[in-house]
Design a protein around this ligand. Sequence first.
Ligand SMILES: [Zn+2]
Length: 209
Amino acid sequence: VKYFEISPLICEKTAIFPGDQSFERKIALDFKAGQHLLLSSISTTLHIGAHADSSSHYHKNGQGIDKREIKPYLGLCQVIHLALKGREQIQISHLKNTEILAPRVVFATNTFPDPNKWQDDFASFSPEVLNWLADQNVILVGIDTPSVDPSDSKSLDAHQVLFNRNLCVLEGLVLSHVPAGVYTLIALPLLIAGADASPVRAILIDGQI
Ligand SMILES: [Zn+2]
């Protein structure tokens, strides 16, 4: 059995959308200060590292992350590698030689290679390809960039397809080290009441656990 870590380390340096709340960890008690415990708290955007957006993030009639089903975040998942340039959108034509083999599909685009370095020119999804995937009974999509839409998009067309087709989503994955194929995904969001997103510990398992 092989385990692939597909979430980046979360730390102060983790890249976030410009203007969003970066990750901070505050130490309240510390052995180094002669205290009897290490105790800390964090403040952060929920869109940090590998994370699941909930539909309330991108639609006024969406639901909080605590209301989403478990099933999309756990189970068979296909990894697909695409050779894309920055700002390119994944199109149906990129997948004409690829068979969709699982109800969860995550895309390695390699257009956001360093989770600690923000860049605007990452790849994203065309609305058409998300509809095409939903037509093939896909229930979750994922990408190794901070967003399913281009960084400067205001209409958020790909996010709107997520809402209309009830697709779940993982953003901020790290996939360059995972060969194409079908795995078991575990990427459960936390039950944060009413929240627009949650960080996840995302892993892919090759083999029977
Ligand atoms: Zn997000």
